[in-house]
Design a protein around this ligand. Sequence first.
Ligand code: BMA
Length: 327
Amino acid sequence: MPNATPTSGTAPFPWEDRPTQPSPHLLWRYSGNPIIGRDHLPTSNSVFNSAVVPFGDRLAGVFRCDDRARKQCLHVGFSDDGIRWDLRQDEIKFASQAKGVRYHAGYDPRVVFIDDRYWVQWCNLDHGPTIGLAWTQDFEAFHQLDNAFLPFNRNGVLFPRTFDGEYVMLSRPSDNGHTPFGDIWLSRSPDLTYWGRHRWVMRPTGGWQSTKVGAGPTPIETEAGWLLIYHGVSTSCNGMVYSFGAALLDLDQPWVVRARAWEYLMCPREIYECVGDVPNVVFPCAALTDADGERLAIYYGAADTVTGLAFGYLPEIIDWVQRTSVV
Ligand code: BMA
């Protein structure tokens, strides 16, 4: 069985056993979904597409909270069990910023621990959407670097370690609107400021992922390769539909796709995924594994309104990606 590098350490790992009712699905949803409602903060319109990470013996996270003016804001939150979250009312204010960089609004954060600090990647609005980067060591003081890329770009996702001394990030070049296209690309940097050595990774194929694809949670290192959970978008007569699936990237050359499942892992079907500010969206931004690298908990935004949690077994998912691969 492939083993994943555990990401949970001594932090709590949220879990609920697979329902006993026969289910054809690899993932099952937490029975108490959504775990974070749209009114979690007195000022929030919606809380979704958010990132959580082990933080000592707790979990911490950066949350997308759109306010009631519909401004996209980033807020810090903490949890003792991964299910009940306490979000700070004030949005993140940067303790320092690279000269000239702007933070007007931000959304769809990811968080990853590399070396000795937590790196936040998000879609930063600075003359168009691009990839913002900041670090923190305590989830109190955040320090913003220069944007990683030129606009327009979304879904910047760092790998959790360096490759030959270089940081590696996935992203999706896009447009200034509701981009009707999108491939996943990979870029490298010696210092998280200067990015280059770009490599193409994957394009939309068909069905649930026929319009565009974008990286989701931080890739998970396993013996079978990097498990990449990514969102795929299709376009129906009713608009875009966001689902998510999985692929395995080469351990040493992570721009090489070794396997890619044809079917989705999850598509919007519960009421809270199909009804909200943007109907028919499940959008994963974070995943935790347990200490044995067996169990997986995925945090995802639902209908751009609330936050959901889903569970699965990593070995089953990896086996399924390999068995059903179209690569
Ligand atoms: C994308 C982003 C995501 C959102 C998705 C569906 O462009 O805005 O935050 O979940 O659209 O609306």
